[in-house]
Design a protein around this ligand. Structure first.
Ligand SMILES: Nc1ncnc2c1ncn2[C@@H]1O[C@H](COP(=O)(O)OP(=O)(O)O)[C@@H](O)[C@H]1O
Ligand SMILES: O=C(OP(=O)(O)O)[C@H](O)COP(=O)(O)O
Length: 398
């Protein structure tokens, strides 16, 4: 593979896989353009060199072929704005004569956005003939779609084989994502603290296990903490619990102990009498949550314990909120932990935040630019930290 920043794109037509899977409202307006802005430096470098850019992406999960709702045409005007008025053309098909003509006529300094790849079922199937058709559109292949790197699809993985090694590479976003994740997993300055939260233990087991090999501290908050507390014999009332994972929780606690990893659980909760924004609430000890009540946020003592560890850390990975932060009554813990991470970062720690809800939380609190790196990957980032090889990364390396 080539290194993107060393490659001179002058005279080249670069086929760039981006992840423009952005949320749209009823009026087809983009409600969060993070993933588009994150790809801009890659596009600009190619244009600046004197090349042209053919962008391909999926949008949503269309099941029945072309559907207006999932058309990438809704993104064209915003892309023009983000690129400062550069010519952006749109091809109403991602393969075949429409796409081929549009690519042929594309001039240096221009951008062509192809229609949604998932309008063809061949994309998700990783169909080789479909990938080969796509590869006809550009003479260089750049993968900048970290958010989709965990999918072995035609445009993310299979297509790479149709390019010689020196004509396939990662884009700047992909390089940054992988570089930052590597920094956390393999080059972390110690102490390294991983903070995991969210709703399900089952979703995060592999991460907990993999991180035990690397982290000094694993803080577990959010809904998943109660399965661990219950496994320790504590009364958790109606708090979230994955009963079939109790044995596993005990195993993980024992494994952490054996490895000398501090697995830190919350000691108190903001408990509610129902899962609702207007529930009655009380601060309770996690030794004994009253029957009928459920922990929906971590309490003040837990915030203090977690924050103390965070502030002593040199590397911090955060995935998953500490409570039901979508409801104002239960967002304090998540906000306090976000602030502790911000403070640790200001003191020189490296902090990486990833996972759909954690990223939503730091954005909601206006703290995204105060942590070291916010990942554009949800599932991709999780799989990376589980220790899996992501197909989109493996394919470029060859
Ligand atoms: N104590 C809790 N009880 C129930 N749900 C919780 C609790 N704490 C957090 N959650 C919920 O977990 C969800 C996020 O979980 P998850 O998807 O695992 O996070 P992420 O997207 O950051 O990986 C949020 O919707 C949040 O409301
Ligand atoms: O939004 C995405 O992933 P995410 O929901 O894990 O952040 C990617 O664009 C992948 O989309 P997919 O999960 O439909 O393959």
């Amino acid at each position: 593979m080539s290194k993107f920043s060393d490659f001179n794109f002058s005279g080249h037509k670069a086929l760039v896989r981006v992840d423009f899977n952005v949320p749209l409202n009823d009026k087809f307006e983009i409600t969060d353009d993070n993933r588009m802005t994150a790809a801009v430096p890659t596009i600009q470098k190619i244009l600046k060199d004197g090349g042209s850019v053919i962008l391909m992406s999926h949008l949503g999960r269309p099941k029945d072929g072309p559907t207006d709702k999932y058309s990438l045409k809704h993104l064209v005007n915003h892309l023009i704005k983000l690129l400062g008025g550069v010519t952006v053309k749109f091809a109403s098909d991602c393969i075949g004569s429409v796409a081929e003509e549009a690519s042929k006529n594309l001039q240096a300094g221009e951008v062509l956005l192809l229609e949604n790849l998932r309008f063809y079922k061949e994309e998700e199937k990783g169909d080789a003939a479909f990938a080969e058709k796509l590869s006809k559109l550009g003479d260089v292949y750049v993968n900048d779609a970290f958010g989709t790197a965990h999918r072995a699809h035609a445009s993310t993985a299979v297509i790479a084989q149709y390019y010689p090694a020196d004509k396939r590479m990662f884009g700047l976003l992909m390089e940054a994502e992988v570089g930052n994740a590597e920094k956390v997993l393999h080059k972390s300055e110690k102490p390294f603290t991983a903070i995991l939260g969210g709703a399900k233990v089952s979703d995060k087991i592999l991460i907990i296990e993999n991180l035990m090999e690397k982290a000094n501290n694993i803080i577990i908050g959010g809904g998943m903490a109660y399965t661990f507390l219950k496994a320790q014999g504590k009364e958790i009332g109606n708090s979230l619990c994955e009963t079939e994972k109790l044995d596993l929780a005990l195993e993980l606690l024992a494994k952490a102990k054996a490895k000398g990893v501090a697995l830190i659980l919350p000691v108190d909760s903001i408990a509610a009498d129902k899962f609702a924004a207007d529930a009655n609430t009380q601060l309770v000890s996690n030794d004994n949550i009253p029957a009928g009540w459920m922990g929906l946020d971590i309490g003040e003592k837990s915030v203090a314990i977690f924050s103390e560890t965070i502030l002593q850390s040199k590397t911090i990975l955060w995935n998953g909120p500490m409570g039901v932060f979508e409801m104002a009554a239960f967002q304090h813990g998540t906000k306090a932990i976000a602030n502790a991470i911000v403070q640790a970062t200001a003191q020189g720690a490296f902090s990486l935040v990833g996972g759909g809800d954690s990223v939503a939380a730091v954005n909601q609190f206006g703290l995204a630019d105060k942590v070291s790196y916010v990942s554009t990957g949800g599932g991709a980032m999780l799989e990376y930290f589980e220790g899996k090889v992501l197909p989109g990364i493996a394919a470029i390396k060859g």
